[in-house]
Each structure stands twice: as structure tokens, then as C-alpha cells.
Design a protein around this ligand. Structure first.
Ligand code: SF4
Length: 375
């Protein structure tokens, strides 16, 4: 199975914490669409070698909800024409609450969008204002109501935790909304202060700091416990879902399946190579994708490290049998280190899988780094 990711690199304004590639110049949207359709046509043989059917389509950004309904429809039609798409394909659209209204939601549902990921971030206006978000809490609630009224069943929200000015009880009260609406998916990301952002500048001026690690860890497990009590499964370090409502698209990344990314700043993977398109909107709309396309061949070490990293971030962990089949020598090579983490209770081994324990999962990135191999 395979996935297609469409990068929509537009935002009305920049949020204070965000370093994703995007442009606030919305005037290029029409030209972007034309070049995007061209790219989809020209890369239609991306999966042809193994004739892999497309099972997920994901509009991410940026702000995909800034696209008109007819544009989204054109993109979907082009994908259907140029790729082998399965019947019950998962089609996700990331959306900002302030872009949504009942008519828009109904219209995108009618053209095939069947999964919504709404960038709520917080249900407190003070948080939203300080993060530079364009919407308020009331707009998030309205967006949720309209989404369910329009007939969406697969609706998820994004939240940010670890805000320096907030406290844990306030953040955790955001989760009450999971009892008020039939939300089936939650992505919760810890705030990181990136250098090239408004928050990065404030950090340099010593006006804003990340919260202490001990507080972050406590918050992570409070979040985990509360969301699990509400019937969600914590299936990846930042993701929770109700039964069977995991993101099929993101799970295919974690399962090492191929995907094609289109649009400036997007990445693709065919099992052996990684491709990326330069995050340059002007170049993309004037010269097309091929000018900015780069490719690198992945070594076995790269693929091993990738599988290790993605697997250990999931609740399921890494499949030892699969490791032995694909990377026997590498896997044997890191056994002393794996044993060290098992002995110190950061990792556990169960049913043929190795995964992070309660002590280890929050700091899993450090464990992964230790296990990485270098060529
Ligand atoms: S809307 Fe999303 S992509 Fe755009 S600036 Fe804000 S966080 Fe970044």
C-alpha cells in the first residue's frame, strides 16, 4: 500500500512557534494549483514499479483549508486519474478552525474528504493569543459542531502542551472536550521553541523558556493517563485514537511504506530513495517541481536507523522478526546496547516486540540516538 501527501504551503499569518515551510502570500494559490496538477501528472509512475495501490491521501501544510472546494476536487480527480486508488481510500484534510463553516465542510465531504484534522491547539483564548493563532476557542467549538453536523465521523484535533505560561491542570482541562464531542483522534505535541520563529527570538532575549524536563514528563504521563481513561489508545508518542481510528496515512510512514509527496517542501520515499522538493514557492510556481527536486539513495544503515526510530516511537514497538529478516547483521550488532536499555527498564520485550516502557517512552529519542548505527 502507498500514500500521497499534498503540501499546501500557505498560511494567512505565521503562528509564533511555527517553523514549517509556508508562505503568507496567498496570491500564488492559483499558480500553485496549476503546477501541482502538472506535478501529479508527471509523477504518476512513482509507484508503477510495484504497481502499489494508493490507500491514503493527505492534505497537510501550511493550511489546506485555504484551498477552495473546487481546487481540492481537481486535485483528487487528478490523483484518481493518474494513480491506482483503492475504494475506501482515507482522505485527510488538515484544517484551521477559522476557515471552517458548515457549507465548506459539507462540500468537502461531498467530494470525498473523509477525515478531518483540526488545528485547535488549545481551548483557551489566552493560549491562542500568545501562540499567535488566528482563531479563538469559540471558533474551534463551532468548527467541531459543524463537522459532525456535516456528517464527518473521523474527526481529530491537535493540541499543544508544555506552554511556559500555562499550568498542567489548565492544559489537562482541554481534554474534557473529548467527552463533549465524538472526537476519535488526538495529536498532542509538546511545544519546542525553534530558532527561526517569534518564540525563538523571545528565547534569545531571555523572555521565554521551555518548561523543565521533569514537568514535561509529568505532563506527558498525565495526558496519557487521562486520554486512556477516556477510551483512547496511545498508539504513537504524540497520537491517540479511539479503536480503529488510527491515522492510516501516518501509520504507513511508521510502517516503512512508500509515499509520494507533492508540492514545494514535500518529501517522498520509494523504499530505496528519499526525494524532496526545495521549499521555494516562487521557484515552484514559475519553473515547476522538477527544478527543485533532489534525491538520495538510502543505505541499509539509513533504512535500519529509520525503522528503529519510527518503530520505537510507536506503542507497538519494533518487530524483532522483521528486524532479523531485513537487518540481521545490524540488529545483532546493537544487541549489547539493547540489553543495556532492557536491563535499566527503559525498554521491554514482549510478544516479539521491543518497545519503550513507562520509564523509557518519554525519553525514547535519547534511547534511539544511542542505538543508531553510523556507516
Ligand atoms: S497555521 Fe499551522 S503551518 Fe501555518 S503558521 Fe500556524 S502552525 Fe504553522
Amino acid at each position: 500500500m502507498a500514500g500521497i501527501y499534498i503540501h499546501v504551503p500557505f498560511c494567512k499569518t505565521r503562528c509564533h512557534y511555527c517553523d514549517f515551510f509556508k508562505s503568507t502570500n496567498l496570491a500564488f494559490r492559483k499558480q500553485y494549483l496549476e503546477k501541482l496538477l502538472e506535478e501529479i501528472r508527471e509523477r504518476s509512475d512513482f509507484f508503477e514499479k510495484n504497481n502499489t495501490p494508493v490507500q491514503t491521501i493527505y492534505f497537510g501544510g501550511g493550511t489546506p483549508s485555504l484551498l477552495k472546494v473546487e481546487w481540492i476536487e481537481k486535485i483528487l480527480e487528478s490523483i484518481q486519474t493518474n494513480f491506482r486508488v483503492i475504494d475506501n481510500v482515507e482522505i485527510t484534510l488538515e484544517a484551521n478552525p477559522d476557515d471552517l463553516n458548515f457549507e465548506y465542510l459539507k462540500a468537502i465531504k461531498n467530494i470525498g474528504i473523509n477525515r478531518l484534522s483540526i488545528g485547535v491547539q488549545s481551548f483557551f483564548d489566552e493560549d491562542l493569543k500568545r501562540m499567535g493563532r488566528r482563531h479563538n476557542a469559540l471558533q474551534s467549538r463551532s468548527a467541531l459542531e459543524w463537522a459532525f453536523k456535516a456528517g464527518f465521523q473521523n474527526v481529530g484535533i491537535d493540541l499543544i502542551y508544555g506552554l511556559p505560561w500555562s499550568d498542567s491542570n489548565l492544559f489537562l482541562s482541554n481534554l474534557d472536550v473529548l467527552q463533549e464531542y465524538p472526537i476519535v483522534h488526538l495529536s498532542a505535541y509538546h511545544l519546542t521553541i525553534e530558532p527561526n520563529t517569534q518564540f525563538g527570538k523571545l528565547k534569545l532575549q531571555k523572555k521565554l523558556f521551555e518548561i523543565e524536563d521533569s514537568k514535561s514528563e509529568k505532563l506527558f504521563w498525565n495526558l496519557h493517563d487521562k486520554v486512556e481513561q477516556l477510551g483512547f489508545e496511545h498508539y504513537e508518542i504524540s497520537n491517540f485514537c479511539k479503536e480503529d481510528y488510527f491515522s492510516r496515512h501516518n501509520s504507513s510512514y511508521w510502517n516503512n511504506e512508500p509515499y509520494l509527496g507533492v508540492g514545494p517542501g514535500s518529501h517522498s520515499y520509494d523504499g530505496n530513495h528519499r526525494y524532496w522538493i526545495k521549499p521555494d514557492l516562487h521557484q515552484y510556481v514559475t519553473k515547476g517541481y522538477s527544478e527543485g527536486l533532489s534525491c538520495e539513495s538510502l543505505t541499509t544503515t539509513d533504512r535500519f536507523n529509520e525503522y528503529l526510530m519510527l518503530g520505537l516511537r510507536t506503542q507497538k514497538g519494533i518487530d524483532i522478526k522483521r528486524m532479523m529478516e531485513n537487518f540481521e547483521e545490524f540488529w545483532i550488532n546493537i544487541q549489547p546496547k539493547v540489553q543495556k536499555w532492557l536491563d535499566s527498564d527503559f525498554l521491554e520485550c514482549e510478544d516479539g516486540y521491543i518497545r519503550g516502557t513507562r520509564k523509557g517512552w518519554f525519553v525514547i529519542d535519547g534511547v534511539i540516538k544511542d542505538l543508531f548505527l553510523v556507516d
